[in-house]
Design a binder for this molecule. Structure first.
Ligand SMILES: NC(=O)c1ccc[n+]([C@@H]2O[C@H](COP(=O)([O-])OP(=O)(O)OC[C@H]3O[C@@H](n4cnc5c(N)ncnc54)[C@H](OP(=O)(O)O)[C@@H]3O)[C@@H](O)[C@H]2O)c1
Length: 352
């Protein structure tokens, strides 16, 4: 007898995280996949997309009400705002509308997976306790990830579905048009520096150059996400998910420069969000000269996020051993991850 496919509803299907999760679900097999975003996307075998505004409860109810077969909701949607406090209302509203709609329509809902990050430890605010553990107390509110988790915990009480929460560090993955994409920012910054005949200078704070940091490969995160969503021992818990190695930019940056065949230069806090504002004509000229895929400059501009990451003049890592103790054993070599992602960007002709 053929086993019934699980049905994955992926909110944030065009994000750095959501796109890579869908790719993983497609490769894993056994899933029917529905992606949600405002822009929608092209359907292919086993995957379809619905364009929906998760901030609009009526749009959510109208478009998602008919989805009676969803078994797993993977939530990786995100609304960016100018301040940490402003993130709470829209991000909590999107999750709330979606979970309420699914509870009403999806009779066989088994799991809700929530994508979080190290903001639950106050990592975005300044020095925090490292390694951060899942049991560490949260910072003073407002913090949207914590509100989302509390909503899920309260909502799940007495229900047959379970939840899990994933806490990655900065995520490395290929995607375009996303506000938080470190790999694109480094690759485009390097390509432009080279075009201008400059060395690859670390554009962050001098004190950030020698601190310990870790990142999370988007593929590894996707594997951890489906593991946590389907492993009974992982139910109703949160997990730090990281590559499993630590690095310092003072070691990684010269390796990145070598990949791009460039001289390396030490730190200078450039403020990419300022110095890259006049670079659109340069980008367009590079697209032309190198025969690149025609990508609008705004779709490769994650400059405020890169400034943010390169400003961390404190150690930035969490203890990833809880997931490993419960059976998720994947690890990724971070240098190999960066170089593979840059290679993939070249293969797709996004950068020269
Ligand atoms: N990127 C990282 O390095 C990183 C690291 C740690 C944690 N995280 C966390 O992971 C989560 C996802 O991050 P991400 O970087 O993957 O986000 P992202 O690239 O900005 O993607 C957000 C997704 O949400 C969709 N979306 C936004 N507003 C929507 C709306 N009103 N209705 C429907 N869909 C909407 C977007 O598509 P449309 O624009 O087409 O609607 C997109 O698919 C966030 O909570 C973030 O804090 C990210």
């Amino acid at each position: 007898m053929k086993t019934q496919n699980k049905v994955a509803l992926v909110a944030g299907a065009q994000g750095v995280i959501g796109r890579n999760l869908i790719t993983h679900l497609e490769a894993e097999g056994g899933w029917d996949i529905i992606g949600l975003s405002r822009r929608g996307g092209e359907a292919k075998e086993g995957t379809r997309h619905i364009a929906v505004d998760l901030l609009d409860r009526r749009d959510v109810e109208a478009k998602l009400g008919p989805l009676a077969n969803v078994t797993h909701l993977f939530y990786a949607a995100y609304q960016d705002r100018g301040s940490w406090a402003e993130l709470v209302a829209p991000n909590l509203a999107m999750l709330t509308y979606l979970v309420e709609a699914m509870e009403a329509s999806a009779q066989h809902l088994r799991h809700v997976s929530l994508m979080q990050g190290y903001k639950v430890y106050g990592a975005h605010l300044g020095p925090f306790k490292t390694p951060a553990r899942e049991t560490d107390p949260p910072p003073m509110p407002p913090e949207f990830n914590i509100d989302q988790q509390r909503f899920l915990e309260a909502r799940q009480t007495g229900k047959s579905w379970t939840w899990s929460a994933l806490r990655p560090s900065v995520v490395g993955g290929v995607a375009l048009g996303n506000p938080m994409n470190l790999v694109i920012a480094i690759a485009v910054y390097a390509a432009m520096s080279k075009e201008l005949g400059l060395p690859l200078r670390f554009p962050g704070k001098p004190q950030a150059y020698d601190k310990l940091i870790e990142v999370t490969d988007a593929g590894l995160l996707a594997r951890a996400t489906t593991w946590a969503a389907t492993e009974p021992k992982a139910a109703n818990q949160a997990f730090n998910i990281n590559n499993g190695d630590l690095f310092r930019w003072n070691d990684m940056w010269p390796r990145i420069a070598r990949f791009f065949d460039m001289e390396v230069a030490g730190p200078m806090p450039l403020q990419l969000s300022i110095v890259m504002t006049d670079k659109e004509p340069l980008w367009n000229a590079m697209v032309e000269r190198h025969g690149l895929a025609p990508t609008p400059y705004k779709d490769v501009s994650s400059w405020p996020f890169a400034d943010f990451v390169f400003s961390w003049d404190y150690d930035f890592f969490a203890d990833g051993s809880k997931a490993r103790r419960l059976g998720f054993h994947d690890q990724v070599d971070t240098e190999a991850m960066f170089l593979e992602l840059f290679t993939e960007l070249r293969r797709r002709r996004i950068v020269p």
